[in-house]
Design a protein around this ligand. Sequence first.
Ligand code: C2E
Ligand code: MG
Ligand code: MG
Length: 698
Amino acid sequence: MDPTPPTLLIVEDAAEIRMLLSAGLTKAGYRTLSATQGAEGVDLFVQEKPDLILMDVSMPVMDGFEACRRIRQTESGKNIPLLMLTGSDDLHSIQQAFDSGATDFITKPINLPLLQQRIRYALRDAQREKELHQAKSLQDSASSLAGLAFWEYDPASQKLSWSGKAQQTLHWLESLPDNLETTLQMVHPDERHRLQSAFMTAMETGQQFSVEVRLLWQQKEYQLKILGQLNQPGHLLTGAVQDLTALRRLESQASYLSHHDVLTGLPNRNLFICSLADQLQAKQSFQALTLVLVLEIQRLHHIMDVFGVDATDELINRVASAFKACFKSTEGQVARLETHRFAAWITLEAQNETTLIRYLEERLMPLNRCWLLEGKEVLLNFSVGLSYAPTQGDQATQLLRYAQRALQTSKSTRHTLTVSPYHPDQDTNLQQRLTLESELRRAVETQAFSLAYQPQYNLATGRIVGVEALVRWQHPSEGFVSPATFIPILEDMGLIQTLGQWILQEACRQQFAWKQTGLRLRMGINLSPAQFEQGNLYEQILDAQQQAHASPEDIKLEITESLAMKDPDESIHLLHKLREAGFKIAIDDFGIGFSSLEYLLRFPLDSLKIDRAFVQNITQGRSDRAIVLALTSLCQGLGLSTIAEGVENLRQSDYLDALGVTELQGYLISKPLAADDLPAFVTVFEQRGIDNANPFPG
Ligand code: C2E
Ligand code: MG
Ligand code: MG
């Protein structure tokens, strides 16, 4: 039995009947409440919300009919079972009882067992009614939530009728079609036949159907699911229509979002891997390669620090478009993997790796330029990792992983855009790199670096006029490691500032120490672009120079083109300040990377160092000679001196002399030397002259 027994409200003015009912029904397991007249009964009903009411007809103050009407007017009283207790054969009262809203009646004198029966039935009916009502409202809300409308089709009359809520569900339809033919006309022509045959089959075989169709209505397309079933007794087809338009739109939006990058609209990693996998699966000709590239914007976080998130987002968007524009859409796909990383796969005819790299660097050239950010020009450094199928693998994720690993190697260069291919020993390289990082960290902490000095020779005077300080690190087991390898790693690790400061101090100290002995050599000091990012570089340089008592005129700071173009306005400002303080400025490695004569004109410079690449072929290549000649003439016009780097033999030196170069630096003069060896070298070299050069093979 139900743990809480149903509550019955007895409204009866005759005490003996009231008590009889109360006692009898309590004994039968009900909980009873009693009222002595109509008004009291209504009050008790409102307070106690009983499950059933037994109501006498004639009572003082308020009779049973009036009480019944009042109760029916309340919200909870609408469906409560209400039994009227009437006199036998009092037809008028019975009629009136029903008119006032009674559910049933029972005549006096009361037959208790019969009354119990009636009560049980009334309660059960009420319960069913309640459940039905709940189910109905649940169905209503479910169908409106699910966009459900119900229909019925009579094959005999060919009439289509709809449930009350159907118009609400299919609200965009002006009126609901009342026959099958009109409905079919509205269905997309491609799907009309499918729906029609679903109807036919259902009518012939009694089979259920469920078809999804597009409905065209006033130039708009709606997505509907139509379910139907034969209702045997009436031979009617009944079913439901579900409006899936919004759902499908949401689904496609969700699917778009799960496959695309919100900022750039480019495919994301998931979609990229899928499309690459598809591409790799499709049988390719033996001649074709699928290249996977990962492009990284280096030091994007710095740009974010300086320009903020919005400007960076805008920049990322522009890089995305530019990267995408490097390839034709038919060639492959471009995607964004992470904040600072993009990827692309393209197909290409098989060729050797060197040609591939050259080809890609050329294709990606449009990225290698200045980007205008809030009115400022910014030069971005890109690194690109490359892997290719089928040579290196045939799995999408594997190739992407390889290209990402190759990126690690690509990072350690100073050019503004380099493509580095994956090599199977990359894993070892990565491991080596991690070890190298921790060793470098220790080296910085323990100041395990030294400086070597490479002399610079003035062609006009025949004298050694300066040196370039080159940092040296003696690796505990590997021996000499090139700064070209470890400087970019220190830059990445954010440790270059610490080392850079030590180099400044040490070079200035050495310059002054030589000067004390009567050897006056201009000191060339390399500055890493990362040192410019620290904000107090000016103070650091000035401190180093002042503490060493060196004079600024004897210090030549070597900057690189890429630095110069990172944030030109700021760099120009800083360089002006340094020059006003008396320091000399040289632009290093000129001619490789992103060369712009415009910058040359805008920057406060004293010298230009012509990169080794031009010097190497000066005796053979006419174009290199032409470039060097153009540079020296321009520099003469601007009052700048020129220093040729990497001069290794006399023939090169002769050409350079003829082309108007001011100074030479290279193995022909000397390899970088230890500080202690410098004074003796200078003496001997100047005695012998350049024609008998290289007295101290370093
Ligand atoms: P760089 O500033 O262009 O320095 C010239 C490089 O060319 C030096 O390599 C030097 O040893 C090498 N070299 C000089 N003459 C010849 C030659 O005749 N033939 C050949 N093949 N090479 C020659 P190193 O010392 O390995 O330095 C490489 C780069 O590392 C430097 O290029 C510079 O960018 C960077 N670096 C070196 N020392 C420092 C430093 O103290 N601070 C910073 N920030 N970078 C440094
Ligand atoms: Mg240099
Ligand atoms: Mg150089």
